[in-house]
Ligand binder design. Structure first.
Ligand code: NDP
Length: 286
């Protein structure tokens, strides 16, 4: 029989997680701060719990997905030692530091702790492209790996409970950086009445082509050998003023490109003009 799972938090994501566990045949108990959200899951076969403590008592595996780790801490405090002997898998987005603190709290209260970063939006859960980064108690991960498979892939990143958050934040950092550029691209096109739909195809193709260089950047960063035969700091540094000048002329902000110009200037001053853009990673310390 599949192990029982309790899900705390039935927002968009928690609901998708609970539903996936149900579909995979797990007995599922659900709790949410506003009780009404348990309704649709109860209709699918889940047992609604009136209190978080009742949900925790119902299953050895407790999956948590709330707004943020402040909320998680609040709910955990109401549970106290009732988490003893349980595995808490907290899939709420947070910082590595928060994950380490929650792991310490769980240890003090006799629970095993796993932190997780969900690399999917709710409708992707249980589909072929969804996966979750986990970190923390490796034995707990191995025990429940087959259960986690109900959500999609399960990737263990290390016994340091902060590692899932590091991986999650790193991937999302790449995404947000790309997204900022995409928005600026649409804004620029719009200043000349080019509809977004007209730019979407070429933009997708171009970003896709550029993404194929990530592996080469990674090699340069790990080896510290940034000399390039692709595109140098010097040539990029010469090009960036064309962007900022155009943005200014078209009435757009230059705010997102000024830091790039500053990094390129600094890299050049330090004698790295022949290196590739991967060199800039060394200049990002605060
Ligand atoms: P929602 O806003 O849909 O749900 C938030 C949930 O948190 C609700 O169940 C809400 O309860 C609960 N909550 C908020 N504050 C408290 C509190 N103080 N005490 C108890 N419960 C509280 O968010 P999502 O489900 O979309 O996201 C949940 C987590 O999953 C977030 O950390 C998010 O970053 C992460 N995530 C979400 C993704 C997405 O695409 N949606 C993708 C990857 C990760 P109530 O119903 O009572 O308000």
């Amino acid at each position: 029989p599949r192990p029982a799972v309790s899900v705390l938090g039935l927002g968009l994501m928690g609901t998708a997680l609970a539903s996936a566990f149900l579909k995979a045949g797990h007995p599922v108990t659900v709790w949410n701060r506003s009780h009404a959200k348990t309704g649709p899951l109860a209709a699918q076969g889940a047992t609604p719990a009136g209190k978080a403590a009742d949900a925790v008592a119902a299953s050895d595996l407790v999956v948590v997905c709330l707004l943020d780790n402040g909320s998680v801490r609040e709910v955990f405090e109401t549970l106290g030692d009732r988490v003893a002997g349980k595995t808490l898998a907290n899939l709420t987005n947070g910082t590595p530091q928060q994950a380490r603190e929650l792991a310490a709290w769980a240890a003090e209260h006799g629970a095993r702790y796993l932190d997780g970063g969900i690399m999917a939006v709710p409708h992707m859960i249980a589909g072929p492209h969804a996966y979750v980064f986990y970190s923390g108690d490796q034995e707990a991960f191995e025990t429940y790996e087959p259960a986690f498979a109900a959500l999609g892939g399960a990737r263990f990143t290390g016994t340091d409970p902060g590692f899932a958050a590091v991986h999650d934040l790193a991937l999302l950092t790449g995404m947000y950086g790309m997204y900022m550029g995409v928005l600026q691209a649409f804004a620029l096109a719009r200043t000349e009445n080019i509809p977004a739909a007209g730019l979407a195809g070429p933009l997708t193709e171009w970003i896709g082509a550029m993404l194929t260089g990530i592996g080469q950047d990674a090699e340069a960063i790990d080896s510290g050998e940034h000399l390039t035969d692709v595109s140098s700091i010097a040539v990029n540094r010469a090009a960036i003023p064309n962007f900022t000048a155009t943005f200014r002329a078209q009435g757009l902000t230059t705010a997102f490109f000024e830091p790039l110009q500053e990094l390129l200037d600094r890299a050049a001053e330090q004698g790295h003009e022949a290196d590739g853009l991967s060199r800039l990673v060394d200049l990002l310390d605060s």
